[in-house]
Design a protein around this ligand. Structure first.
Ligand SMILES: [Zn+2]
Length: 452
C-alpha cells in the first residue's frame, strides 16, 4: 500500500492552502484557498470579496494554488474536502473545483453555506456536487473514511480532517486553537483526537503560524472581557462608537452585539462581507445575530445620515475595515465619503490584529492617522488569536502521537521555530519533522519505515 502527500499551496507561505493525499490511487484534495494579499492586489477589491476572474490569471499572479502540478493525479481525485470557511482555505474552490468535476466538494454546513452564497453571487457554476456535513461527521470516500472533528478557531464549524486509511490515519489541521471556553460552539472534540492517537497516526499536516508565540492562546472568552472593558468601562455615553472586526468571526460579532444591547444602543452592521457571513450563520442555525445589517453603499450612506440625525450615541456601529482596506466602510467614514464625520472623542475600536503584511500595515497606519485627525479615540488590539501557540501545538502533537509532522501555514523563519518545537518533543528535522515545499511529493510509509 502506498500513501503520498503532495504539497500544492500554503507550504512555506501563509495563504492559498491546498494539499493532496494519494492513497493507493485514490486522491483526496484538502482545501482550495486564496492567497489574500496577492488576490487583493490583483483584484483591488476589499477583503472578503470574490469576483469573477480567470483561473489561469489567478494562478499566474499567485492568488490561488497552482494545481497544474496535480495533472498526473487529476483523474484519481475522489473528493475535495474543505477544513473551514476562511477565504485562504475555501476561496479558490470556485476557480479550481471544476478541474475535478467528478469529485464532490465536502465540508461542514456553515462552510458550504458560505461557498454556495459566493458561487451564486458571482454567477459561477460548478459541475461538482456540493455536500454539507455536521461537525464530527464521518463519511466514506472510496476505500477510506473522512472524519470532520470539531475544533475551535475564529469561524464556526472549523474541522480537523482525519483521513482513516487501512494503513493508518492522516490528519489535516491547518488552522486551530484549543479553546476550552468558546463563546460560541463547542470546545475541541478531545476524545476524538485522542482516539486518533491511539489508533495510529501516520502524519499530521498542521498549523504552525504562531510557532513563535510562547504559552497557550487565550480563550475567546478573554476577547469578550477585553471588549467589555473597552465598551462598558470607558466614559462613552454621549459618544459615537464604531467597532470593526473580522467579518467571519461570528462569535466575536455576537459578543459585540450583546454588549451593545447592554449599553442600550441599537446595533447596526455595515458592509457586504459582514452580511454574507452573518446570514450564513443564521441559515445554518448556528446563531442569529440581533442587529440591523446594511450591505450596499447607497443604503449605508442613508443609514449613517439617519443615525447622525437620531444621535450617534444611540447606536453601536459595527463595520468592515479592520485592516484599513481602502474600500471598506471604516475607510470611507474616515474619508468623509458618506458625508458623516466623527467628532472629537468618539471611539473607534479595532477588535482584530494587523495581519503582518506590508500593505496591511501601511493601510492601517493611514486609516488610524485619518481617524486620529478627526479627534477619535482609537483602541487597538482588542482581540485574541484564533491560532494555537507553542504549548497548544505541543498538546496537539502529544494527543495525536503522529509518526510524521509536516508544518503548513507559515513563512520559512517561523516554520523553523515549529521544527525546533518538534525536536523538543523528540522528532528529527528531515526524518519525521518534515518541511515540504509547494509541488513536492513525499511517500509516507517510506519515510516512516526507511528514514533518510
Ligand atoms: Zn482560518
Amino acid at each position: 500500500m502506498s500513501i503520498q502527500i503532495r504539497a500544492v499551496g500554503g507550504f512555506g507561505e501563509v495563504g492559498k492552502n491546498m494539499a493532496a493525499i494519494n492513497i493507493d490511487g485514490e486522491v483526496i484534495i484538502l482545501d482550495m484557498g486564496l492567497h489574500l494579499p496577492n488576490y487583493i492586489k490583483y483584484t483591488e477589491e476589499a477583503l472578503g470579496e470574490i469576483v469573477k476572474l480567470k483561473t489561469e490569471d489567478l494562478i499566474k499572479v499567485g492568488a490561488i494554488p497552482d494545481d497544474r502540478i496535480l495533472k498526473d493525479w487529476k483523474n484519481k481525485v475522489k473528493a475535495i474536502i474543505i477544513s473551514h470557511g476562511h477565504l485562504d482555505h475555501v476561496g479558490a474552490t470556485p476557480y479550481l473545483a471544476m478541474h475535478y468535476p467528478e469529485a464532490p466538494v465536502i465540508s461542514t454546513e456553515y462552510t458550504i453555506e458560505f461557498l454556495k452564497t459566493t458561487i451564486q453571487n458571482e454567477k459561477i457554476s460548478l459541475p461538482n456536487k456540493i455536500i454539507g456535513v455536521l461537525p464530527n461527521a464521518r463519511i466514506r470516500i472510496g476505500k477510506n473514511e473522512i472524519e470532520f472533528i470539531n475544533i475551535t478557531h475564529s469561524i464556526p464549524q472549523t474541522a480537523i480532517i482525519a483521513i482513516h486509511t487501512k494503513k493508518g490515519i492522516i490528519i489535516y489541521g491547518p488552522d486551530y486553537k484549543l479553546d476550552n471556553e468558546p463563546t460560541l460552539g463547542k470546545k475541541p472534540n478531545y476524545p476524538a483526537l485522542e482516539n486518533l492517537g491511539e489508533k495510529g497516526v501516520l502524519a499530521i499536516i498542521t498549523d504552525s503560524l504562531n510557532a513563535d508565540h510562547e504559552g497557550s492562546t487565550p480563550s475567546e472568552s478573554r476577547a469578550k472581557e477585553l471588549l467589555e472593558n473597552v465598551l462598558l468601562g470607558t466614559p462613552n455615553k454621549d459618544k459615537a462608537i464604531i467597532v470593526t472586526t473580522f467579518s467571519s468571526h461570528i462569535a466575536r460579532l455576537k459578543t459585540i452585539t450583546e454588549i451593545g444591547k447592554k449599553m442600550n444602543r441599537k446595533v447596526v452592521f455595515l458592509g457586504r462581507s459582514l452580511a454574507k457571513y452573518v446570514i450564513a450563520a443564521k441559515n445554518t442555525s448556528i446563531t442569529k445575530i440581533d442587529a440591523e445589517i446594511i450591505q450596499y453603499s447607497q443604503k449605508i450612506r442613508k443609514k449613517l445620515k439617519e443615525i447622525e440625525k437620531k444621535g450617534m450615541h444611540k447606536f453601536l456601529i459595527v463595520c468592515t475595515g479592520h485592516q484599513g482596506e481602502p474600500k471598506s466602510v471604516l475607510s470611507k467614514i474616515a474619508n468623509n465619503f458618506y458625508g458623516v464625520t466623527l467628532k472629537p472623542d468618539d471611539h473607534v475600536i479595532f477588535s482584530s490584529n494587523v495581519i503582518p503584511t506590508k500593505i496591511n500595515q501601511e493601510q492601517r497606519r493611514t486609516l488610524e492617522e485619518k481617524l486620529a485627525k478627526q479627534g477619535a479615540h482609537i483602541f487597538t488590539g482588542v482581540h485574541v488569536s484564533g491560532h494555537c501557540s507553542k504549548e497548544d501545538m505541543k498538546a496537539f502533537i502529544k494527543m495525536t502521537k503522529p509518526e510524521n509532522i509536516i508544518p503548513i501555514h507559515s513563512e520559512p523563519q517561523i516554520t523553523e521555530k515549529f521544527i525546533q518545537l518538534c525536536e523538543d518533543l523528540g522528532y528529527k528535522k528531515g526524518k519525521n519533522a518534515i518541511i515540504m515545499k509547494n509541488s513536492q511529493t513525499i511517500d509516507i510509509p517510506q519515510i516512516a519505515n526507511e528514514p533518510k
